[in-house]
Write a protein that binds this ligand. Sequence first.
Ligand code: SF4
Length: 350
Amino acid sequence: MTLKFNDNLLPTLPIMEDLPVDRIIGITSTIPIEIVFAAGYIPIDLNNIFVCDPSAYKMVEDAESAGLPRNTCAWIKGIYSAVRKYHIKKVVSVIQGDCSNNQALMEIFQSEGIETIPFAYPHSKTDKEFLHDQLMRLADSLGVDYSKTEEMKKRLDSIRAKVHEIDKLTWVENTVTGEENHIWTVSTSDLMGDYTIFEERAVRFLKLAKNREPIKYDLRIGVVGIPPICEDLYSFLSSIGAHVVFNEIQRQFSMPYSTKTLVEQYSQYTYPYDIFSRLEDIQQGINQRNIKGLIHYVQSFCHRHIHDSIIRKHINLPILTLDCDRPGRLDGAMKTRIEAFIEMLKNIFS
Ligand code: SF4
């Protein structure tokens, strides 16, 4: 099946209105999309269709009007509205390894007649038996032979390798901006619903990025935490001389480790597990990429905000914690805090 896309150099979403709705599997977080593709479905990351929607802000308000509490994270409200807006009928929901809000959202979907397929990461990344069982169950629910999903992994590995190359160009050659890095890595959660088109765009982009002049910047920083909901964070950072060379969680979506099986791949992916493997990954990124400061992005009303104190305790670098609620542009107070932080780093490291 050929999906339709607007032409673009960077990853974009398929034109939703043209998709066969009975083939779409909405996903609320990164899940083993190898299984979804192998089963012949189109995975669509509901976070992406929400945040890229020109009326993303209104989608949050719509969810509140439909009864979702104001003090729930905006991603949950956006996902809810995205499912309604595009009449999505099937959703794979992460019920362990993401958040309890997602679990409750799944119950809302069930109460509204939407089919939900639960997927749980194990409590510990070392519990490979549990993970294997979950992968098998997911394959079973979607009616695909498990061996086919491992074959699909090999195909997707070669595509993800291109995104790893783009990531490398960001911090080695400095020819890819932090925002481009964010878009490419965050889009690996569903590979635009069409991995062939995604790969073609990645090849095109790599060719172009390899021939660019290096970006001029004053210092290198990292953004850790879940992908920011605010639309202009990266462009604002680059306008004040900060080159983002590490997008922690987005890079995790791209499955940056070399693995042989799906079990290995999804047990090394740090996001669903405890903070300590994330800390190791962050520290490695800091050393490897010569990072001088971190922005820890936290979503309002998200339990992951609590990790801020652990990150500060273990990472010996200046850290700015940035809390944002709804989609849209940074407000004046946020810009002032970011500017002051970057100025301070410039003074320390110049
Ligand atoms: S931001 Fe936090 S609360 Fe919101 S969906 Fe993600 S993990 Fe859950």
